[in-house]
Design a protein. Sequence first.
Length: 178
Amino acid sequence: MLAPQVGYVVMSPDQGAHTTMPMYGVPISGFQGHSVLKTRDLLVVASEQGEGTTASRAPVENRPAPHLGFLLDITNEPTPWPLATFHVPENPGDFCGRGGRFGAHAGTGVVLSPYYGKLAIFSWFNAGTRVFDIRNPFAVQGGRLFHSRAEQEHHGFLRGRHQPSGRRSQGSRPRAPR
């Protein structure tokens, strides 16, 4: 049964892989002048918040574990190595107080040029679409909230109003990495 298995990662029991997106031959900034680490094969992993649970203002000890995203180095397939964790805090934004599920849902399965190897994109249930800068996979940046044009129209961002609750937008359309 294990013959087709190339490699594996043992995850925490409160997390699990929902979707994965490999990115091959990603150039690593800051390592181009060295003999190793010039490029790596990376794997973006999303652990889906499941169980049909909802976020609430319940005491922290009564909430389900928030699910996260992960970035693995799969250059040597038999021994994948974790590089980073993608996390979105529940505040600011009061995401748990809004109700609904809070946590990672899925990573995007398609990232094309010019973003391939530069961005990791996740749907984060009631915290929206999140975009992380992975150009330096050893120091991931971001968690910027992306608002589609339709979402901006719905919440009044394009009309100069705030969200219906009076909170300001948590972010805006991310700029393309250079």
